[in-house]
Write a protein that binds this ligand. Sequence first.
Ligand SMILES: [Cu+2]
Length: 130
Amino acid sequence: MTKKWGLLVSAVAFSAMLLTACGGESKDQAASGTPSAAAPAATTGTAINIEASNWKFNQDTFEVKAGEEFTVNFKSAEGFHGIGIEGTDFELQKEGSKTLKIDKAGEYTIFCNVICGPDHGKMVAKLVVK
Ligand SMILES: [Cu+2]
């Protein structure tokens, strides 16, 4: 019985996610009642906080150190977005935290990996690895 209920809840949450994926308003998220997945894991090294809204990130540039683990805390503050980091297999959607290490210094593009609306293509930021 519990299992059935869990499936139903997942299905409903998933539909809500699909609906908000098109750059919907943030109030949709509250309505979905999805438990927050944002319980921040133990932070490793530097933490960068990336927040996405329609259709931009909270900063143009983020900076981390080469060869050192860092934690990315991601949140879709408005709408439903995700992030990927060019040249890595890093990805997060909606919200969450993940640790990453990049050995090679340089500039990497952070992009939105959810087709989120008309200005999806503008959702890029720079990750500077020094
Ligand atoms: Cu997008």
